[in-house]
Design a protein around this ligand. Sequence first.
Ligand SMILES: *Cc1c(COP(=O)(O)O)cnc(C)c1O
Length: 399
Amino acid sequence: MSNKNYDELSFTTRAIHVGADPDPASGAIEPSIYMANSFQLPYDPSTMNWSASEANIYTRNGGVNQGMLERKVANLHGGEDCVVLASGVAALSGLFFTKLKKGDHVIFSTVTYVATYRIFNELWCDKWGIETSIVDCTDVEKIKAAIRPNTKLIHFETPGNPTCCICDIEAIVKLAHEHNIEVSVDNTFSSPYNTRPLEYGVDYVVESLTKYINGHGDSMGGAIIADHKTCEAIRYQAQVNIGGCISPFNAWLIQRGAATFPLRMQVHNDNALAVAEWLEKQPCVSFVAYPGLKSFKGHELAKKQMKNGFGGVLSFGLKGEHDLFNRVVTHLNIFTSAVSLGNTGSLIVFLGEDDERMYLYPEEFHGGFYRVAIGIEDKNDLINDLRQAFKAEGLETVD
Ligand SMILES: *Cc1c(COP(=O)(O)O)cnc(C)c1O
């Protein structure tokens, strides 16, 4: 498109057009895939900085498709810059590797993606002498009590994976910045369609592009959205020199998926709310955790922070023993038993009572629970599928 003043355009329009200009060489109106791993050098390459990311040198320094996707994701988050890496976990570790050093202290939430827990609970501490505290970040007072003189970063997810707990972004940023501490938010569950944490003063946003922005369950990628200086440091340290670069094909797939992301996300939001409301009425269901439910602890805060809806992930329990959860899954026809989220199709995963992090979750989760990633199928088909699976096990349901 010729109008470059994207600021005046709506989110939906920007998701389609930013970073997807016609190719000046061929005139092709949709992005091509640039698989070349190297680029032609200037007449005298002898003075080049081989670790630079701004010039086209080598695809680990920065690829063409990666650059297009970075422009789009930065724009959707309202960020100055963005680094796209090979996966959401590459983005998390790229940010932490670049920002933290020996002796720093990190506060991170009790409810996070499992790799975040491993990084901060085991790997980073053992290898690099980073001090960490696991804190219930839904309670700002608990964060305050955990602050040390060397606290450098507070990291949390909202909604958190897998309990959907909601953290108060604005209040945490205020507390952190009063103490000269930076804040990073993993926004994967919410996506920029529902929440743009930079608007609340967050320093760094991380997102798994594998999920909603790609949206089709067929590629992996991750992004850090931040100021240009931080992004340059991440490119230099974590991308060029550690090597977590994204493949051009995956960057292209995610760019392609992103065009329909706002439309899909609205359906994820609507479907998940309908399924959560239905589940909550079922006598055989022990609890439902979904930020869109009025009964949910963080609902009022979620309404404030999540502008268009409450995301596509919910968790729930059944009144029954361990194997009942597995038997119910065998009767499902539409839901697939698989991890991940943000796919077009609905996914369900059973997390049993022996999961090593269960003690970090609220009590209702302790008997085991399902994490459900609602897709964009017809919502009545999804509800009917759950109903017939419950009935097949003789569980009590109501319409
Ligand atoms: C999936 C996920 C990640 C990791 O992303 P990958 O692309 O699988 O590496 C990080 N954070 C959250 C909240 C996730 O759901």
